[in-house]
Design a protein around this ligand. Structure first.
Ligand SMILES: NC(=O)c1ccc[n+]([C@@H]2O[C@H](COP(=O)([O-])OP(=O)(O)OC[C@H]3O[C@@H](n4cnc5c(N)ncnc54)[C@H](OP(=O)(O)O)[C@@H]3O)[C@@H](O)[C@H]2O)c1
Length: 289
C-alpha cells in the first residue's frame, strides 16, 4: 500500500537513491535535507514532521565522516545520537513508523563469525559509539521503529570506496609515480549497494516486525578483494598491492571483521539482499557514468 514517506537526508548517498526508489515503488515521497530541516534543532525537526504528517519517517542523515568523529565527538553525538531521540519523539507524536540506519561499527570486529542482531555491541570508535547511542535513544522513546544496520555502502551519489579507488587508480600523478596502490587486506566486510538497501527497506514497510535488522549484501571480502573486483570491472589496469591496517593508520579504528548476518530478515523469509558481487554487477549496469 502506498505510504506518505518523509525522507530526511535526501541529498546524501543513501537518501538520494531512497527518494528515487520510493517514488518508483509508488509511494508519496517528501524529501528534505539540511538546511530545510536541521536535525540539531528540535523546533526545526518538529515543524518539519508536523507539516509532513507522514506515515513513515526515514532518517538517512548522519555525521558519517568516521575519522572526524574522533575529534568532533560532541557534534557526532549531537547528530548521530541526540537527534535520533528528537526524531523518535516527533514520530511518536504522529504515530509514524521511524526508519533509521546504523552500522557494523557498533561491533568491535573481533568476532570470527558474522554478527547477528543478538550479538553484543561493543563500538570502538567515536562514530560507532555515537551510532550505538542513537539506536538506544530511539528504543528508549518509541517502539514503532526499524533500524537497519548497513555497511560498506556505495552508490552513484556521494563519496564512497568505489569512487575513491577508481579515481586513485586512474589518476595521472599515480601513473607517473608508477607506484602500486596499496589496499588494506586484513579488514573484512560486505560491500553493499545503496539500491539493494532501498529495496529491502521498502519491502519491509508493510511488515509488523520492529526493532533492529542487519541489512548488508550476502558474502564478504576484504577491501583489497573489492578493489580488485572493481578495477577489473572498470577495465582499469592498476597495480594493486595488499597491505595491512597497520601500514595504513587512520584516526578512527575500523572493525577488522565487520561481517553482518541478516538473521532477522532471514527468519521471517524477507531477506532480499543479493550477493555482493551480483549487486555490484547490477550497479555497473545501472550507473550513468
Ligand atoms: N556510508 C557508509 O558506508 C555507511 C555504512 C554504514 C552505515 N551508514 C549509515 O547510513 C546512513 C546514510 O549514510 P550516507 O553515506 O548516505 O550519508 P551521507 O552521504 O553522509 O549523507 C548524510 C546526509 O545528512 C545530511 N545532514 C548532515 N547534517 C544534517 C543536519 N544537521 N540536519 C539534517 N541533515 C543533515 C547531509 O547534508 P549535508 O551534505 O548538507 O551536510 C547529507 O545529506 C547513515 O545513518 C550512516 O551512518 C553509512
Amino acid at each position: 500500500m502506498a505510504k506518505k514517506i518523509l525522507i530526511i537526508g535526501s541529498n546524501g548517498q543513501l537518501g538520494y537513491d531512497l527518494v528515487n526508489q520510493a517514488n518508483l515503488a509508488g509511494h508519496f515521497v517528501i524529501p528534505t535535507d539540511y538546511p530545510l530541516v536541521d536535525l540539531l534543532d528540535k523546533s526545526s525537526v518538529e515543524a518539519c514532521v508536523d507539516e509532513a504528517a507522514p506515515d513513515v519517517i526515514v532518517n538517512c542523515a548522519a555525521f558519517t565522516a568516521v575519522d572526524d568523529c574522533e575529534t568532533m565527538r560532541e557534534e557526532a553525538f549531537a547528530l548521530n545520537a541526540d537527534a535520533c531521540g528528537v526524531l523518535a519523539s516527533a514520530a511518536k507524536k504522529h504515530s509514524a513508523l521511524l526508519v533509521h540506519f546504523s552500522t557494523d561499527y557498533v561491533f568491535d570486529g573481533l568476532a570470527e563469525a558474522p554478527y547477528t542482531e543478538d550479538s553484543r555491541p561493543n563500538p570502538q570508535s567515536a562514530y560507532g559509539k555515537s551510532k550505538r547511542r542513537g539506536e538506544e535513544a530511539i528504543a528508549e522513546i518509541y517502539d514503532n521503529f526499524m533500524i537497519f544496520r548497513i555497511a560498506w555502502l556505495y552508490g552513484t551519489h556521494g563519496n564512497n570506496f568505489v569512487k575513491t579507488i577508481r579515481w586513485m587508480a586512474t589518476s595521472a600523478s599515480r601513473a607517473k609515480e608508477k607506484k602500486p596502490l596499496k589496499i588494506v587486506n586484513d579488514q573484512f566486510g560486505t560491500p553493499t549497494w545503496t539500491v539493494s538497501v532501498c529495496r529491502q527497506v521498502l519491502a519491509m514497510l508493510g511488515r509488523p516486525e520492529r526493532g533492529i535488522f542487519h541489512c548488508t549484501s550476502e558474502g564478504f571480502c576484504s577491501w583489497y578483494d573489492f578493489a580488485r573486483e572493481l578495477v577489473s570491472a572498470y577495465g582499469i589496469s592498476a597495480d594493486l598491492e595488499p597491505c595491512t591496517t597497520k601500514e595504513f593508520p587512520r584516526p578512527a579504528p575500523r572493525p577488522a571483521y565487520g561481517v553482518l548476518e541478516n538473521a532477522r530478515l532471514k527468519s521471517i523469509d524477507m531477506n532480499i539482499m543479493p550477493d555482493w558481487r551480483d549487486a555490484f554487477k547490477e550497479f555497473l549496469e545501472y550507473r550513468k557514468d
